[in-house]
Design a protein around this ligand. Structure first.
Ligand code: HEC
Ligand code: HEC
Ligand code: HEC
Ligand code: HEC
Ligand code: HEC
Ligand code: HEC
Ligand code: HEC
Ligand code: HEC
Length: 354
């Protein structure tokens, strides 16, 4: 059928009946997208990358008025609509755990002149179902490559002033509220500023001392020494001395994984935790969230409350797993909090002393 049509219809038969304006229109219509496409280019990120943070950065070149509007969709939902005012549009997209299908579409005169889709995988050690990305994904190290396209507007090489003094006394107390002292002189700020826009910001991040932990001279630019304790205990000496002197340390602390529970940068929860304390603990100790813990474990009765009550000892805090257990270390079994020496001693701290 198709063959016969091709044989019988010659180009001339199609072209001649068309008037000149129609031909001109067709030429413009066919060539316009091709022209615009050359002017729009997605420089970052590549497809199928693995990210650990909640954000992925996009950098889109839209030179010479090639775009009226940029639409960003994540997993089918429109999340941003940007009117470009620069030759480069740079923006951060928040990530869900696991796969995120992100589409960037560029519209010019009502027509979609460019569209590009990338899939980004947000990995997490804390959530076992997202710990291992599918085989198609890989890590991409932005700072290991040359990006001459960026240096017209950004500085990419760290300066000495990005390394601020690693001394507790040099930081102001209270970093909540996303205050960004020192942001103005940070090399990293222009591209990573959204990292600190959370209610709880870690001391060194609040003053943009990124190089306190990220090593600019390491083989992989800006890598962080492992285990986490290598960097955390540089400043948290008091905790180091305290916890290392204790008889028992908590599993993840024993192997030096501080950043499995704490964001090294900033978070929505106190102590820069990835989740509120109770949810964090139950993440790995699921059975303790059943409502049967403490009193119900051995007897078939209702358990002891573990949340949604005021903590009678730590005034101003909610009762949580951390009301009875230390998340880090203790001299007593089951990591009893406030150095309770036995289970009875523990009960007493809240019940009989009062
Ligand atoms: C034409 C100038 C220009 C070029 C070239 C440029 N940028 Fe930007 N970029 C900017 C400006 C201006 C901002 C700040 C935008 C703002 O404040 O909203 C910015 C912000 C950013 C941000 C932060 C976005 C956010 O919302 O948090 C990232 C990431 C970024 N740029 C990456 C890049 C990368 C990667 C390249 C090279 C591929 C690049 N930029 C090239 C001008 C440029
Ligand atoms: C031109 C913009 C730009 C500047 C300036 C910049 N970064 Fe980045 N950085 C990126 C982008 C884009 C990524 C890719 C990951 C992402 O989307 O967050 C990245 C990723 C990273 C990573 C993850 C590892 C990697 O190489 O992908 C680290 C760590 C990092 N940056 C640290 C820094 C530090 C520290 C500074 C300041 C000394 C800095 N960056 C300055 C754009 C920038
Ligand atoms: C207290 C230490 C510490 C400070 C300060 C710090 N970081 Fe990080 N950063 C880490 C750790 C730990 C990781 C996780 C890296 C890993 O597991 O390989 C990380 C990861 C990152 C990543 C993402 C890497 C990825 O694989 O997705 C970026 C981007 C980043 N940091 C940028 C910054 C910037 C910009 C600053 C300054 C505002 C900063 N960091 C300050 C400890 C720190
Ligand atoms: C460069 C020094 C430095 C390094 C390295 C460092 N911290 Fe901190 N950290 C601070 C300072 C300063 C504060 C106090 C900020 C304040 O007063 O709110 C702090 C506070 C904290 C807090 C308490 C926050 C609060 O709300 O009370 C936690 C949790 C924490 N750091 C975890 C870590 C972890 C985990 C690491 C390693 C990934 C780390 N820190 C590495 C300097 C550092
Ligand atoms: C299992 C999760 C978990 C791990 C792993 C962990 N923390 Fe914590 N951390 C917490 C919780 C929960 C709190 C808040 C406890 C509370 O509610 O009082 C906390 C509080 C803190 C504080 C502030 C209060 C204090 O005790 O000084 C610092 C500093 C801190 N952690 C640093 C670290 C460092 C450094 C490491 C690695 C050696 C680490 N944490 C590992 C869960 C954890
Ligand atoms: C990332 C996973 C993880 C998180 C999050 C976590 N734990 Fe653990 N926890 C472990 C591992 C691993 C062990 C050691 C293995 C064991 O003894 O079961 C452990 C052991 C313990 C023990 C000692 C068990 C015993 O028999 O003495 C207590 C108590 C405990 N965790 C309480 C908590 C509390 C409270 C929290 C929240 C602040 C928490 N855990 C968060 C992984 C985790
Ligand atoms: C009111 C105090 C209290 C609270 C709150 C509490 N626990 Fe416990 N926890 C205990 C006691 C008491 C034991 C010892 C139980 C026993 O010996 O049978 C224990 C034992 C444990 C153990 C080790 C023994 C085992 O069975 O594996 C883990 C792990 C643990 N708790 C985790 C948690 C988590 C996670 C939470 C928050 C959901 C939590 N606890 C909340 C008092 C508490
Ligand atoms: C960190 C403080 C704390 C510790 C330690 C603690 N409790 Fe409680 N306990 C509470 C709170 C808070 C309530 C709830 C009181 C309320 O609802 O008014 C409670 C309630 C109870 C109740 C009543 C049950 C109910 O549902 O109201 C019993 C019984 C009890 N605790 C026994 C114990 C025993 C046994 C221990 C030691 C294994 C213990 N508690 C350790 C804080 C604690």
């Amino acid at each position: 059928m198709l063959k016969r049509l091709q044989k019988n219809i010659r180009i001339a038969d199609v072209i001649f009946p068309l008037s000149l304006p129609v031909i001109v229109f067709l030429i413009v219509f066919l060539f316009a997208p091709a022209y615009a496409e050359g002017a729009v280019k997605l420089h970052y990120p590549p497809d199928k990358v693995i990210m650990e943070l909640e954000l992925v950065n996009f950098s889109l070149e839209v030179s010479g008025g090639s775009a009226d509007i940029i639409k960003v969709r994540k997993n089918g939902n429109e999340i941003q609509s940007i009117t470009p005012d620069e030759a480069f549009e740079c923006f951060a997209v928040p990530l869900n755990l696991g796969e995120n299908a992100i589409t960037v579409s560029v519209l010019k005169d009502g027509l979609e002149v460019f569209t590009s889709g990338v899939t980004v995988y947000r990995r997490s050690d804390l959530e076992s179902q997202y710990a291992k990305p599918p085989a198609a994904y890989r890590k991409d190290y932005f700072h290991m490559k040359d990006f001459p396209q960026c240096t017209a507007c950004h500085i990419l090489d760290a300066k000495d002033h990005d390394m601020k003094p690693v001394s507790f006394n040099s930081y102001g107390a209270g970093t909540a509220g996303g205050e960004t002292k020192g942001a103005a002189v940070s090399t990293c700020y222009s591209c990573h500023k959204k990292m600190a826009s959370y209610p709880y910001v870690h001391g060194p991040v609040a003053v943009w001392s990124c190089l306190s932990c990220h090593d600019r001279d390491s083989e992989r630019t800006y890598s962080v020494k492992k285990p986490d304790t290598e960097v955390c205990f540089r400043c948290h000496k008091e905790q180091k001395d305290d916890w290392e002197s204790k008889k028992y340390t908590h599993g993840p602390v024993t192997i030096g994984k501080c950043a499995i529970c704490h964001s090294p940068h900033a978070s929505q929860y106190p102590y820069n935790l990835y989740k509120p304390t109770w949810d964090l603990c139950v993440n790995c100790h699921a059975e303790k969230g059943s409502g049967k813990h403490v009193l119900g474990d051995s007897f078939s009765i209702e358990g002891h409350p573990t949340k949604d009550r005021p903590d009678p000892v730590r005034i101003g805090k909610e009762l949580s797993c951390a009301s009875c257990h230390s998340p880090h270390a203790s001299n007593y079994e089951h990591l009893w909090a406030f150095e309770a020496e036995s289970i009875f001693d523990l009960c007493k701290k809240c019940h009989f002393d009062k």
